[in-house]
Design a protein around this ligand. Structure first.
Ligand code: COI
Length: 363
């Protein structure tokens, strides 16, 4: 196998035969197909190794690997956007990096430095830039992740970890595309408690949500709308996205209490809404307040935000036998403006006054 060294000393082992012909760029399914390469780095004896870029493929693990047993595993979700033949845009990679390290601290996983993170990512994007889809609404989803890789059945933190970045050309996350999704609360389960791991992007949070999500889907809803675990009345998030409400002309977003994922699109929505002159409130909001606002006509829009979800309008919410319908079955004007502004910056059509865009020159 040919080996290349980049200026940043990352060793690259390129594939012999690209799998790009396997990608149906006209029918992208979220997270099913992967680009040719992946970044790999190992932590052992108290230090991270130099990253290597290798062909994407199966990895060897042993049955005793402790993340399989105890879930010491974390991840990030980012996207790369096609601008032109020479330029790919990353969106706010330094904030994703900060959140990865915050999650790592909570899950007793060693942190890494920004240089290692961004150089590995940039090299991977340069190498696999042909996998960044070009159509509107598509992107190359980027999944950095770290898992405990010791062979160790004792229930304590691993001393060895593996870090990977894999990428996947994607379209819309939800089966509805960018049309309104439907949500239901649940009386039977909670997502996270304050003091737990709700604000960390760790594997177990998602595993624990699969049964409630399946039950919600069987009942005809796209996802669960999570309420707080203690009083079961304050709205938290959706598990695959954060949530926002436009009530009259006020943009209300559940405040970060420790049990909610601090979304990067969430943060961008709040910044844009403030700069557009809206009154923005990050505060506790009850499900009853939302239902009352719907009844008295002041609930204008509900939408989710996330890297995978982008800006996803919510058209229906069910809670304890009652259902409210929001909007007209299409994305609302405010959510559409946010969608257009954020994706406009991402695809390079709209100026970025915030420094959120990180361009990567691929030629
Ligand atoms: C993301 O938005 O990137 C996420 O990690 C959500 C995941 C459930 C796909």
């Amino acid at each position: 196998m040919n080996e290349l060294m980049t200026s940043s000393r990352i060793k690259i082992e390129p594939v012999q035969n690209s799998k790009i012909h396997e990608i149906d760029f006209d029918n992208l399914v979220f997270g099913r197909k992967f680009s040719d390469h992946m970044v790999v780095m190992e932590y052992e004896n108290g230090a991270w190794s130099t990253p290597v870029i290798k062909p994407y493929g199966p990895i060897e693990i042993t049955p005793a690997m402790n993340s399989l047993h105890y879930g010491q595993a974390i991840f990030e979700g980012m996207k790369a956007f096609y601008v032109d033949e020479e330029t790919i845009h990353l969106f706010r990679p330094e904030v994703h990096f900060e959140r990865l390290n915050n999650t790592a601290r909570r899950m007793c996983i060693p942190e890494m430095d920004y240089e290692t993170f961004i150089v590995g990512l940039e090299e991977l994007i340069k190498l696999d830039h042909q996998f960044v889809p070009k159509k509107e609404g598509t992107a190359l989803y980027i999944r950095p992740f770290i898992f405990a890789s010791d062979d160790l059945l004792a229930a304590r933190s691993s001393n060895k970890f593996s870090y990977y970045i894999i990428t996947s050309p994607v379209g819309a996350y939800y089966p509805e595309g960018f049309n309104p999704v439907s949500l239901t609360t649940t009386d039977n389960y909670v997502r996270a408690v304050v003091g737990g791991t709700g604000e960390a992007k760790t594997a177990g949070n998602y595993a624990a949500s699969f049964l409630p999500a399946r039950e919600a889907q069987e009942a005809g809803y796209t996802q669960v709308l999570w309420l707080d675990a203690k009083e079961r009345k304050y709205i938290e998030e959706v598990g695959t996205m954060n949530i926002h409400f436009l009530i009259d002309d006020v943009v209300i977003t559940p405040e970060l209490t420790g049990s909610i994922l601090p979304g990067i699109t969430r943060r961008s929505v709040i910044q844009l809404a403030k700069d557009w002159g809206y009154k923005v409130e990050e505060r506790k909001i009850t499900i009853d307040e939302v239902f009352e606002a719907s009844e008295n006509g002041s609930l204008k829009e509900v939408f989710g935000s996330g890297t995978a979800a982008v800006i996803s309008p919510v058209g229906r919410i069910h809670h304890q036998g009652k259902t409210i319908n929001i909007g007209t079955g299409k994305i609302g004007d405010f959510a559409k403006r946010l969608f257009d502004e954020i994706t406009g910056m991402q695809y390079g059509r709209v100026e970025d006054p915030y420094g959120w865009i990180h361009p990567v020159k691929v030629q």
